[in-house]
Design a binder for this molecule. Structure first.
Ligand SMILES: [Zn+2]
Length: 290
């Protein structure tokens, strides 16, 4: 059964295609879905801070996590350890297209759209959707700072075209996923990082909408939270993803992303081997029509 990482960032300044391919080979990952670069290369977030934010988001005081994350933003960019890291308002879809053409068996890609800035997002979608290897749309209302309703034309067109959307939800109006699910019931959406920052507040409600699923990517989660997410939504709604090159690095070399880490979370899930295969690849294969 092929293994598909449905959430990785194209970031050759941290992880070039060749070492990526080597890691995929040595850890049995058959295909990776790449997201066009949206920010400057980021420093490692301390594990303690990640754990704190995770606990906060899962607690009744989750709205404090919004206050906390605002402290790390300045003028639409990230401010970490006193340094500004730019968030690109118009990620360049052409770079990933080049990789898709060069390595059609190894990679597929997400078309990155931001309704906040580009004059005609639908034109940008039309420009790339016929490009071989592009399988859906990535949206990031959290970092790009738009309210979910601003994406209406994109949601509508993706529903018409049957294109899935991978979305990193935000707080408040940037995260009103139920508005989208109600208005576009046929639209297939994957919530990045297990629906962060909503986590369990979204998991139960998601069951009412058959076209929603989530990925298990990123050090924003840990193994325990990934298990809770899969238990809540069911293994048929959960997809393996990594957030590479962010997060887990090989012990022998901190510059190498460790492709075994999150895969290990999935392989150790307390579910049947058939269900593990679903999470590792079969669900994504069906959803992305690969
Ligand atoms: Zn990501």
């Amino acid at each position: 059964m092929p293994v598909l990482d449905i959430h990785a960032h194209f970031e050759p300044r941290m992880f070039e295609v060749e070492p990526m391919r080597a890691q995929m080979m040595s850890h049995g990952v058959d295909k990776v879905a790449l997201i066009p670069t949206m920010n400057d290369p980021l420093p490692e977030t301390p594990a303690g801070l990640l754990g704190f934010v995770r606990a906060l988001m899962c607690s009744p005081a989750h709205s404090l996590a919004n206050v906390l994350q605002r402290a790390f933003m300045k003028d639409g960019n990230l401010k970490l350890q006193g340094k500004i890291y730019e968030i690109y308002s118009e990620p360049d879809n052409s770079q990933v297209a080049v990789v898709l053409r060069a390595h059609p068996k190894l990679f597929v890609g997400w078309i990155f759209l931001n309704p906040r800035v580009t004059a005609d997002q639908l034109q940008e979608l039309e420009r790339w959707r016929m490009e071989p290897g592009y399988i859906g749309v990535k949206l990031h209302p959290h970092w790009h700072g738009w309210e979910i309703q601003e994406g209406e034309a994109i949601f509508r067109r993706c529903e018409e075209l049957g294109l899935p959307i991978l979305i990193h939800l935000g707080f408040g109006r940037r995260g009103e996923w139920q508005w989208v699910a109600e208005k576009f019931p046929k639209l297939r959406m994957i919530f990045a990082h297990a629906g962060m920052p909503h986590f369990q507040r979204a998991w139960k409600k998601m069951r009412d909408y058959p076209n929603l699923s989530l990925d298990l990517s990123s050090p924003y989660l840990d193994e325990a939270l990934a298990r809770r997410a899969v238990a809540a939504v069911g293994p048929e709604r959960a997809l393996y993803g990594t957030d590479a090159p962010y997060g887990f690095h090989a012990e022998h070399d901190p510059n190498v992303y460790d492709y075994s880490h999150i895969k290990g979370w999935v392989e150790r899930l307390p579910i049947s081997s058939g269900e593990i295969d679903r999470v590792l690849g079969a669900n994504a294969g069906e959803l992305l029509e690969l």
